[in-house]
Design a binder for this molecule. Structure first.
Ligand SMILES: Cc1cc2nc3c(=O)[nH]c(=O)nc-3n(C[C@H](O)[C@H](O)[C@H](O)COP(=O)(O)OP(=O)(O)OC[C@H]3O[C@@H](n4cnc5c(N)ncnc54)[C@H](O)[C@@H]3O)c2cc1C
Length: 303
């Protein structure tokens, strides 16, 4: 089996690491930030590269640095989560390595030495199987696409890698972009759509999400209406999630939304329209007003 390198310099992606371990028969080299070696090992990484400094500004320089390391490690297969930063950095690495890169994959499999990379194409109307013929094959995968599997490597090797950013970028201040549970790692997602009707409605859902320890999700239409920020958008043009429980409030169930959440363990949909398409995919459907149920759950003591 060929070794697979998983690049997670900004935070380990347990689902992607687990998938790489399954594809490579345990031959995974994971690059993770300081403090995340135990998580990488728990997901089956055999070799762990602990990055000593977080790159903060010059992505082109960081990409060149990583490309040089990848050459040194002779890794034929390179994966990364399709986060905002890695979506910028992976094409630059691919350019340095003259490697084929497929972005935003939703499925991966091996056919002999070839990595078959599946992703939606033509507005989600078909799934394309893509293979790169370059010696190095690269892909990004939407965070949350693959469920994490525990598969501890008995004795992972750990090496430290120091990255020094030149003085070209100075960090003046730092503020966390979003509070609460990151959507892609949430075990429960409370999501709202146009049926929620207002920003105030979403504030209520946010309170419910906090109470349940859940991440807050939204449909694209709700995001476009300004009810929720883009980081909450679930679906084809947003984040892919696979929580154990997905609570959909006032969401109709358009295919583009389903593309981002249909891998959820259990789906509970609340919609006032009994013919809403979401009910075809929901494990439990409640025909009624979203707010009545949200209020009830907020009052519930046992949660
Ligand atoms: C190229 C492209 C990419 C797209 N990408 C995405 C994407 O990533 N994510 C995404 O979500 N969409 C995406 N869309 C948009 C998608 O097609 C739908 O328009 C969108 O998902 C609909 O959002 P919605 O369900 O919130 O709104 P609507 O379709 O308007 O549904 C609102 C629902 O709320 C219900 N409702 C109303 N009042 C209440 C109430 N009081 N209580 C309970 N239910 C109520 C209604 O019955 C209705 O079913 C994309 C579209 C295109 C063309």
């Amino acid at each position: 089996m060929k070794e697979i390198l998983v690049l997670c310099p900004f935070g380990a992606d347990p689902g992607l690491l687990s998938k790489a371990a399954a594809l490579s028969g345990g031959e995974v080299r994971a690059l993770v930030p300081q403090g995340e070696t135990a998580l990488a090992a728990a997901c089956g990484a055999a070799r762990i590269v602990e990055l000593q400094a977080a790159p903060i500004g010059d992505e082109a320089r960081f990409a060149a640095f990583l490309a040089e390391r990848i050459r040194g490690w002779s890794c034929p297969l390179v994966l990364a989560p399709a986060t905002v930063q890695m979506r910028n950095i992976m094409p630059m690495i691919a350019w340095h390595l003259k490697a084929g890169l497929t972005a935003d994959c939703t499925q991966l499999r091996m056919e002999g030495e070839l990595l078959i990379q599946t992703r939606p194409a033509f507005g989600n109307s078909l799934m394309a199987d893509i293979r790169a013929l370059s010696p190095i094959q690269m892909a990004t995968v939407r965070p949350g696409t693959f469920p994490p599997q525990r598969g501890e490597h008995p004795q992972p090797g750990v090496e430290r890698l120091v990255y020094c950013e030149e003085e070209r970028v100075t960090l003046l201040s730092y503020r966390a972009f979003a509070g609460g549970t990151p959507l892609s790692q949430a075990q429960i997602v409370v999501a709202g759509g146009m049926g929620v009707g207002s920003r105030e409605g979403f504030q209520k859902l946010e309170r419910l999400a906090d109470k349940l320890g859940a991440g807050l999700g939204a449909s694209r239409t709700a995001v476009d209406a300004g009810f929720a920020p883009y980081r909450c958008q679930v679906g084809m043009t947003g984040i892919t999630v696979c929580p154990r429980l997905y609570l959909a409030f006032g969401i109709s169930g358009a295919v583009q939304h389903l593309a981002g959440m249909s891998g959820s363990g259990k789906i509970v949909a609340v919609n006032s329209d009994p013919k809403a398409p979401i009910f075809d995919y929901a494990d439990y459907g409640i025909v009624g007003d979203w707010e009545a149920l949200a209020d009830k759950l907020l009052q519930e003591e046992i949660l």
